[in-house]
Design a protein around this ligand. Structure first.
Ligand code: UDP
Ligand code: MG
Length: 149
């Protein structure tokens, strides 16, 4: 099954949204495979967002990510990368549909609460960066009630 890297950004942590966000992924039927609560070093944030390093907002983005602790997670499930992005909502919160995390909780693109991998390949890269020690092996006993196989 597919995996994605999800990070609750410092504003999401400060605003008390951790439980709500985890709840949305959990109740959907995805499996939590790894999670840690941590402060991120500047060089690590720069590495995570390396693809965006040429963009004008990059320095501010890095400062935002290191401004407080984050919750880093890996979630697993059928089509979890794309579905995760749909649960999160559009990058710019004013374009994010109500019912999505950013649509419900964010106003500014620079304070948009959460990160989610944008492709399976980038997901695997991000998971390797954030969780080099590997993931938990498990399957819920409810699996057959959520998945056909
Ligand atoms: N970002 C920003 N200004 C912009 C575009 C993006 O501050 O004009 C920030 C925003 O926090 C976004 C992150 O940079 O979530 C990464 O941008 P990306 O285009 O990858 O959006 P995402 O994949 O997070 O939806
Ligand atoms: Mg992105």
């Amino acid at each position: 099954m597919e995996q994605t890297f999800i990070m609750i950004k410092p504003d999401g942590v400060q605003r008390g949204l951790i439980g709500d966000i985890i709840c949305r992924f959990e109740k959907k039927g995805f499996y939590l495979k790894a999670m840690k609560f941590m402060n991120v070093e500047k060089s690590f944030a720069q590495k995570h967002y390396a693809d965006l390093s040429a963009l004008p907002f990059f320095p501010k983005l890095v400062d935002y990510i290191i401004s407080g602790p984050v919750v880093a997670m890996v979630w697993e499930g059928k089509d979890v990368v794309l579905t995760g992005r749909r649960i999160i909502g559009a990058t710019r919160p004013w374009e994010a549909a109500p019912g999505t995390i950013r649509g419900d909780y964010a106003v500014e693109v620079s304070r948009n609460v959460i990160h989610g991998s944008d492709s399976v390949e980038n997901g695997q890269k991000e998971i390797a960066l954030w969780f080099p020690g590997g993931l938990a092996e498990w399957k819920s006993n409810l699996h057959p009630w959520i998945y056909e196989n």
